[in-house]
Design a protein around this ligand. Structure first.
Ligand code: ZN
Length: 157
């Protein structure tokens, strides 16, 4: 039976929790299993590393440091901008909006001053994953040249 290795396609079910609170931040439960091409930077770095060598049917639990997940929270990516920058939109705490510089979240509204955060919502957090390996197969040449997995749960095109 093949094991998870570079240039193979893995299908997994996973649940991600915050180790401090136990809060589930993402899960494939009730959805199609996550399908990814291993070794092509489709996943956060620690996720693939921890799954290397796992086989179909294996259940793996691991906790990643922020560095191995979505990176450290960078203070310089938090900015204060005037409310006029939002045009028609009334900024509210918790909104995620798109800009030329990528997505950002509104983290505070203080009169005409809006605090926005360009960090990933999970930056600076260590993350626990419970993963069940559903299938491991060799990737096709086409998948390797595209840099992603095809088929159910992968890229459909
Ligand atoms: Zn493709």
């Amino acid at each position: 039976m093949s094991e998870i290795a570079n240039n193979r396609v893995a299908r997994v079910h996973y649940t991600g929790t915050l180790p401090d609170s136990g809060e589930v931040f993402d899960s494939s439960e009730g959805r199609e299993a996550l399908t990814f091409l291993v070794g092509h930077k489709q996943m956060i770095p620690g996720f693939e590393r921890e799954l290397m060598g796992a086989k179909q049917g294996d259940k793996v639990e691991f906790t990643l440091s922020a560095e191995d997940a979505y990176g450290e929270h960078m203070p310089e990516a938090v900015q204060e901008v005037p409310t006029g920058m939002f045009g028609e939109i009334t900024p509210e705490v918790g909104m995620t909006l798109m800009s030329d510089m990528g997505p950002f979240r509104v983290t505070a509204v203080n009169g005409d001053t809006i605090t926005v955060d360009f960090n990933h919502a999970l930056a600076g957090k260590s993350l626990t994953f419970n993963v069940e390996v559903i299938e491991v197969r060799d990737a096709t040449e086409e998948e390797i040249s595209h840099g992603h997995a095809h088929g159910p749960g992968g890229t459909e095109h």
